[in-house]
Design a protein around this ligand. Sequence first.
Ligand SMILES: Cc1ncc(COP(=O)(O)OP(=O)(O)O)c(N)n1
Ligand SMILES: Cc1ncsc1CCOP(=O)(O)O
Ligand SMILES: [Mg+2]
Length: 506
Amino acid sequence: MKKSNWDLYLVTEAELSRGRDSIEVVKAAIAGGIDAVQLREKNMSLRERFKLGQQLKKICQKAGVIFIVNDRIDLALALEADGVHLGQSDLPALTARQLLGSDQILGISAHTREEIAAAESAGADYIGIGAIFPTKSKKLTENNNGIGLKKLAELKKMTQLPVVAIGGINESNVGSVIKAGADTIAVISALTRADDIKQASQKLKNTILSTSSDSSSAKFNLKEKNFKNETKAELAINMQHNTLLELPTNLADCWQILKNSLSKNSPLIQHLTNNVTINDCANVTLNWGALPVMTSGERDSVEMLESASALVLNIGSIDKRSFKVMLKSGKKANQLGIPIVLDPVGVGATEYRTCAIQKLITELDLAIIKGNQAEISILAGQQAELKGVESIGEYQHIEEAAKKLAAQLRTIIVVSAAEDIITDGIQVQRVKRGDQLLGQVVGTGCMLTSSLAVMMGVKVKNNSNFIKAATLVYLYSLLAEKAAVKIDTPAKFKQEFFDQIFLCSQ
Ligand SMILES: Cc1ncc(COP(=O)(O)OP(=O)(O)O)c(N)n1
Ligand SMILES: Cc1ncsc1CCOP(=O)(O)O
Ligand SMILES: [Mg+2]
């Protein structure tokens, strides 16, 4: 679990939600940017929690939000939740870990050095600490006033695990909780009792982000500045070993996790793609450490998905037959919970492409849509200029268009341009890196799509699709820079770029 991408955690309690049910509460909180949900509902029967959990899990899964179950491992397993949160009177952490397996998230409430040590050695993923302040949402057994910030800071020093703080936290005191060392903030009433849950979530999340990122963003800017002042030769030396140092901290953390998982699992990435860049897409997938498969027959593609971890739909050379295979495979991927990355190559260039894309977008749940500025503008219902499949013209409002589209389709939008944009409709990451040689090689856009699919195919419990996509886009651009430091002609650049991806993934 990473501080940077699991900031705000909603714990549900319908009885504390002013007459609203927890589905309504969770949907609004997700729209406001929460990162994780815990099904608590202390006064519901197990059957009621199961039924509610089935719905909440679907909602969270679709939004890329972590779904955790409180108290009951059996319920977490039955719901195939992302994990469970246990207190000191629930099943012991070690037993929980054995029942859950290593992939699920295990959160443990711990308030002493001994409890923390036991949680750590049992394989907990985070420590829940609270109540920090007085709260009406839970009967506190020991200290009705909460443990306070000093105790939180002391406990934080006892563990390497991320600390989730809970209890009486709201907009006015959340900054102090972060400053005392909390990595993640969990709340019930600050959101469930809010007049406008979406707005309250946005506000709380922004306060958390701005409090926690003050120092790290300053450091990052400094690094960027130094980097840009280097000569090409100095850059070549400095970048031999330390590309990852140039990634912002949260993205570097995410890449380490992705890389470890890629080297262990090699996810299979099924491509339904164009016949211009198919070989490059297969190679780039392989160089990241995944396995490409590019089978395009209807039955074969659908069957192949049984063993795939992600699906690429690239409409670069779409026709009636390939469209049918895409739609059918996409529906199968959705059924199987396999993420789809869509590249709407040349949408708007012809009526046929535009209709095909509209149908794919309407009928499928997509993890990512990656396009150039013109393609994304067209999908967002704005004017754009294309020559063939190339984007031309000025796009001053591209960020708003991408955000609007991401929110409307509940997906991640990646806009590839001189300054790339990644957005989930709320958060936006801009990446002004890369090299103009990327534009001199046919297929680097399609290869970016395949690379995004590789990262979507990696199951990592603690990183949202947004962070995974931002990490990949940033890394892709840095590796292009790294290749361009050595080579300045297109064909050799392409070869070097592949090698850089390969070396970085080792
Ligand atoms: C994130 C998080 N931290 C702590 C708790 C409290 O768990 P527990 O001590 O088991 O108390 P109950 O929630 O079961 O009353 C939590 N739920 N979530
Ligand atoms: C479940 C729990 N565990 C410790 S305090 C608490 C309740 C948190 O609710 P609120 O955010 O409304 O104070
Ligand atoms: Mg409990």
